[in-house]
Design a protein around this ligand. Structure first.
Ligand code: ADP
Ligand code: TRP
Length: 331
């Protein structure tokens, strides 16, 4: 069966952009594909989280996936750092990637833009991410548009390895970015992102979620003036959550103006948002209240993930001329 692999860093609150842009499409794919979804805790270390914060954030990401419908019997949910084979693969991949290319990576740019230091792990970030993808033999990698470059780097590394060591050494993956949700806008109209502080949180309190929605930046057209839905962030978000009829109605209301202002549109968005997340939010809270169960799911996932990664590494070690490793009994 074809495989899908993706990960999300446990850093900060999961937001509507993460959900619509990556998690929701990934869960749709997971209905038909063998899926490996992990919490990218090694990657999160590049920004120096407090250990307890990292541990909590890791469980929060796992709880988010489960609350949004991940079936842990069918899909493999695990912590990135529970599969040491991935680091081994990253080393091998590092031998085929020019150092200058890493310099141009998105993570390096994001760290620089955010005034954070570019430590060697930030720089190495795309290699580790490629190893995440290639270790499990991913055919597709569901991500938002901002991660496409990283997946393409993984693709290039796989091709280079295959040219040297045989076509079937690694599976060549493809990014899967859904056009309509590739860049979900945040409250200031730019891409929604933790680093821009413009997020609508996914599972925060209804009050704080509503506050974020009410803070969406609009132009200054008055209640009675006709407005262009295509230039309205509120409408762009509404489109992704509301029913077709509701969307058509807001579209018409905005265009008409006459007594329908941005405030009304925001109220409608807040309502639809609450309707959509109320149930999963309850599940999320329940999952977080059972950390032992969460850890059990993640541990079981890691055992399955290691079996898949070990198969790739056993093959690759042999191809590149390393000694066959006795891994003991995995799984
Ligand atoms: P952030 O930009 O907030 O730090 P992450 O880098 O942790 O988000 O993203 C996790 C996943 O969610 C990635 O696959 C990323 O492409 C996707 N994603 C993040 N923000 C958005 C967005 N605004 N629109 C679409 N996808 C997004
Ligand atoms: N870099 C991704 C992000 O910040 C997280 C990630 C790590 C990932 N490894 C991955 C995503 C492998 C897809 C596949 O969002």
């Amino acid at each position: 069966m074809a495989r899908a692999v993706t990960g999300i860093q446990p850093s900060g609150q999961v937001h509507v952009g993460n959900w619509l842009g990556m998690i929701r499409p990934a869960l749709t794919i997971a209905q038909d594909w063998e899926s490996y979804f992990f919490v990218a805790d090694w990657h999160a270390l590049t920004s120096h989280p407090e250990p307890d914060v990292l541990r909590r954030a890791t469980r929060e990401i796992a709880a988010t996936w489960l609350a949004l419908g991940l079936d842990a019997d069918r899909s493999t949910l695990f912590r990135q750092s529970d599969v040491p084979e991935v680091q081994e693969l990253a080393w091998i991949l590092g031998t085929v990637i020019p150092a200058g290319l890493l310099e141009r990576g998105h993570a390096v740019k994001a760290a620089r833009d955010g005034g954070r230091e570019v430590n060697a792990s930030t720089w190495w970030y795309p290699t580790l991410m490629a190893a995440d993808i290639l270790a499990y033999g991913a055919d597709v990698v569901p991500v938002g548009a901002d991660q496409k470059q990283h997946v393409e780097m993984a693709r290039d590394m796989a091709i280079k390895i295959n040219v040297r060591f045989g076509d079937d050494a690694l599976v060549v993956p493809e990014p899967r970015v859904r056009a309509e949700v590739g860049v979900v806008p945040g409250t200031d109209g730019r891409k929604m992102s933790k680093s821009y502080g413009n997020v609508v949180p996914l599972f925060d309190t209804p009050k704080r979620t509503r506050k974020a929605i009410m803070g969406i930046v609009t132009d200054s057209l008055g209640v009675d003036e006709p407005k262009d839905p295509d230039r309205c962030t509120v409408f762009q978000l509404y489109k992704l959550l509301a029913t077709d009829d509701e969307v058509a109605e807001m579209d018409a209301d905005l265009r008409r103006g006459r007594g329908y202002g941005y405030g009304h549109a925001k109220e409608a968005l807040a309502l639809v948002m609450e309707r959509t997340v109320a149930m999963p939010r309850e599940c999320y809270t329940e999952w977080l209240a059972s950390p032992a169960r969460l850890d059990e799911i993640l541990d079981a996932g890691a055992r399955r993930a290691r079996v898949a990664a070990a198969a790739t590494l056993d093959r690759l070690r042999e191809r590149v001329g390393l000694h066959a490793l006795r891994r003991g009994s995995l799984g």
